[in-house]
Design a protein around this ligand. Structure first.
Ligand code: GCO
Ligand code: MN
Ligand code: MN
Length: 394
């Protein structure tokens, strides 16, 4: 179907091995799909038009594998990448599956567990570097508590910082130019996970020794689970130059982490998110990989997995086209121009304090009743957004 929405590698779409490799297990039932061989995952993703694959250390190399086994697996995988043209832009560490992490990894109360977690992350970073990754994601699934009787949260945050400082310094010492992207999630699998949102992470990064190499990896589901705005989280990260990676998926508010096909829930949120990522209003676009951290419904067989993957990518491209049409719509531009208008040149007064600007501010004729008198026309503006989103306009 040549409608312009089928993806190509130039679109920078990536999937985790764990996403298309997800076998449909949930807390109430085991896998429903057979394991898809790694090579077929690569072939199918390349055929679908993806740009790359991301992985946890143990998605590729089984936990506990010896050096020889590891090297064979990695060599084989690299051959698959070379044959398909796929790249590995991001790698991460599984610091949550093994029982050793039952009380956390970087925030575990037992220092030996923290040491083990740092050592495991070092090996995963080495693997990432070997595969050409430039971003390392840190998702601390077990970094949290069910009961705050367990430890002082301030200690946990301090240990988290120590571990990241250690890993940043070690990475620099190796001469690797990597960026670390920290991913927040409010809960699941822990009752409460430390540094619950992208906003928490952004502040935490500002306290790190090498904060300049650390940014965030916001996920739609993780911001939406507690009912927060993914658009605002991503915008804040972009505004301070910290959007290093992104996990796109679909989620309904208040539920478990659904990791649904991108755009399949909250299409309007997805529309404004894609608009933000693509750049609008003269602002730069996000240029990193567009990663889908989602998986097919449990109802699906392998064909459904590839329907899911294509669906994520097509939806992104469709939303990008709809967002462009919205921004090019003359009526939209007119409403926005009217709400931002500054006929008396007031805005520059607030761009930095001086005694003169304070005096000018004091002298400004500002009548709050007059300023409050006119509606903003956002009902019309939002309806225009919806009509573009529905494909009914432009
Ligand atoms: C989740 C997370 C993970 C991470 C992944 C990469 O809720 O399970 O989103 O999928 O993104 O572990 O670190
Ligand atoms: Mn998730
Ligand atoms: Mn994620």
């Amino acid at each position: 179907m040549a409608d312009g929405f089928d993806p190509t590698p130039a679109d920078r779409f990536t999937f985790g091995l764990w996403t298309v490799g997800n076998r449909g297990a949930d807390p109430f039932g085991g896998p429903v799909r057979a394991k898809i061989p790694l090579r077929r995952i690569l072939d199918k993703l390349a055929e679908a038009g993806a740009h790359g694959v991301n992985l946890h250390d143990n998605d590729l190399v089984p936990f506990g594998a010896g050096a020889a086994e590891r090297d064979l697996i990695v060599a084989d995988f690299k051959q698959g990448l070379a044959d398909t043209g796929l790249v590995v832009p991001m790698a991460t560490t599984n610091l949550f599956s093994h029982p050793v992490f039952r009380d956390g990894a970087f925030t575990a109360s037992d220092p030996k567990v923290r040491a083990y977690a740092v050592r495991k992350a070092m090996s995963a970073i080495e693997l990432g570097v070997e595969l050409g990754a430039s971003t390392i994601v840190f998702w601390g699934g077990r970094e949290g508590t069910e009961t705050d009787a367990a430890r002082d949260c301030r200690d946990a945050i301090g240990w988290f910082r120590q571990c990241l400082d250690f890993l940043c310094a070690w990475t620099k010492d190796q001469g690797w130019e990597l960026r670390f992207a920290l991913e927040a999630k409010p809960n699941e699998p822990r009752g409460d996970i430390y540094l619950a949102t992208t906003g928490h992470m952004l502040h935490f990064i500002s306290t790190l020794e090498h904060g300049e190499m650390c940014g965030v990896n916001p996920e739609v589901a993780h911001e939406n689970m507690p009912g927060l705005s993914m658009v605002h989280a991503v915008a804040q990260a972009m505004e301070c130059g910290k959007l290093f990676h992104i996990d796109l998926n679909g989620q309904r508010i208040g539920r478990y982490d659904q990791d649904l096909r991108f755009g399949s829930e909250d299409a309007k949120g997805a529309f404004f998110l894609v608009r933000l990522l693509e750049g609008f209003g003269g602002r730069p676009a996000y240029t990193g990989p567009l990663h889908f951290d989602a998986h097919a419904y449990r109802s699906e067989d392998e064909d459904g997995v590839w329907d899911f993957a294509k669906g994520c990518m097509r939806t992104y491209k469709i939303l990008a086209a709809r967002a462009r049409a919205f921004d090019q719509d003359a009526e939209v531009q007119q409403i926005l121009a009217a709400s931002h208008a500054d006929p008396d040149g007031v805005a520059p007064l607030l761009k930095g304090y001086s005694a003169a600007s304070a005096a000018a501010l004091a002298a400004l004729p500002l009548d709050p009743d007059a300023l409050a008198a006119t509606g903003k026309r956002y009902e019309r503006l939002d309806q225009l957004a919806m009509e573009h989103l529905f494909g009914a306009r432009g």
